[in-house]
Design a protein around this ligand. Structure first.
Ligand code: LRH
Ligand code: MN
Ligand code: MN
Length: 389
């Protein structure tokens, strides 16, 4: 038996993790069948930032908010960044959107029509301009591009077109800016998606250069995929840019992180820590939609779930594990991981919060804050901003 990591070391490491919440999770969303509107949802991006600031105020570990353009289109992005700072948060990744326009029916940057490709590229470049104004580090690229039928378009030519758009966008990045390339197995394209997996994303990143990194959306894999293996591999290669955390039962369900499979989240966080990825170089983002549950508390819960998985992963006794692995003691090695996973870290996290002057129970603190009642009262009239509008 070894002593395992000290409580102080675990507590200190926990304070280094900063999560980023997605602006679109604060607004109405739904399935392709129905958007269920909730009272009090933000009508503007500023109101989304107000809500995100509440999440950070109660958890202490969600200081950044990702924007999605044009859902969060405003006239003055520098002023928006200032507004965020005044509320105690910062603007995070800028997410591009080349998937909600009739022109993109046959693809955006991979479209066979050069005029449409140019339009999509211009949007990507505009998003880098926005990053300059907001001070954002990361440009997040997800393409819905793909084909539904064999023969519909040439798979190889589409990769060439994709490469060209990525190259132009990459060359436009500033020294401190990065490009995060997101992959997704399928949907909305069903036969062949142009970036369906980490291998394709990674191949493009390798060609582009060190500022191009892969982002792992946990909902974007086939059932049973060993995501932590992908994480370990990308970290070894220095190409893990970050995560879009969410939970899935079936496809891209976008449920609360840690809700469907907390053990998977733990295994992912263990590989992050094992690979030295618990640093600001890894963007720990949420990408979720709260269709039937109250949004702000759902985001607080998700942040806490990621924190709990991180705490458990930090508790893994590395020395005991290495010894068991060295001696080929399969059961002992597995037990080291399971002991950490089965530890109730909630008291430890309550302590971490109290140490920084927060209520130990963020869910209760939010419930009792009166914020929900206030926004339901105040946010009447106007259109809700973004995705489900
Ligand atoms: C695509 C995706 C991508 C988008 C977001 C709204 O499924 O995960 O990250 O930007 O959803
Ligand atoms: Mn995503
Ligand atoms: Mn998704």
């Amino acid at each position: 038996m070894t002593a395992g990591p000290s409580k102080d070391a675990v507590k200190t490491a926990l304070t280094t993790q900063a999560l980023e919440t997605p602006s679109w999770a604060y607004g109405n969303s739904g399935t392709r069948f129905k958007v269920f509107a909730q009272p009090g949802v933000p009508r503007t991006t500023r109101e989304k930032l107000d809500d995100a600031a509440r999440v950070h105020a109660h958890t202490g570990v969600a200081p950044r908010v990702a924007l999605h353009i044009p859902w969060d289109k405003v006239d003055d992005y520098a002023a928006l960044a200032e507004y965020a700072t005044e509320r105690g948060v910062r603007l995070g990744a800028i997410n591009t959107n080349v998937f909600q326009d009739d022109d993109y029916k046959l693809g955006s940057v991979t479209n066979p029509d050069p005029t449409i490709r140019r339009k999509a590229l211009d949007h990507l470049l505009e998003c880098v301009d926005i990053m300059d104004a907001t001070g954002s580090r990361d440009l997040k690229l997800w393409f819905s591009d793909g084909i539904n039928y064999p023969g519909q378009d040439d798979i190889r030519s589409r990769q060439d077109r994709l490469e060209e758009a990525l190259r132009t966008t990459y060359d436009r990045l500033g020294d401190d800016q990065r490009m995060l390339i997101e992959y997704k197995l399928f949907e909305p394209a069903f036969y062949a998606t142009d970036i369906p997996d980490w291998g394709t994303a990674y191949a493009h990143c390798l060609k582009l250069g060190p500022k191009a990194q892969v982002v792992v959306d946990t909902g974007h894999h086939a059932p049973g995929t060993n995501i932590e293996f992908i994480v370990a591999t990308l970290l070894r290669e220095g190409r893990l840019g970050g995560f879009d955390f969410n939970s899935r039962f079936y496809a891209d369900d976008d449920l609360m992180a840690g809700a469907a499979d907390p053990f998977q989240l733990f295994r992912i966080m263990y590989e992050v820590i094992r690979g030295g990825g618990l640093t600001p170089d890894t963007a720990f983002m949420l990408d979720q939609c709260h269709n039937i549950e109250a949004k702000i508390p759902a985001i607080i819960r998700s942040v806490m779930n990621v924190q709990e998985a991180t705490a458990k992963a930090l508790l893994v006794d590395g020395d005991a594990l290495a010894e068991a692995q060295r001696t080929g003691d399969v059961l002992a090695a597995n037990a080291v991981l399971m002991d950490a996973f089965n530890t109730d870290v909630r008291p430890l996290l309550a302590e971490v919060r109290e140490d920084s002057g927060l209520d130990p129970d963020p869910m209760r603190a939010y419930r009792e804050s009166g914020w929900q009642e206030q926004i339901v009262k105040d946010r009447v009239g106007g259109e809700q901003a973004g995705w489900g509008a």
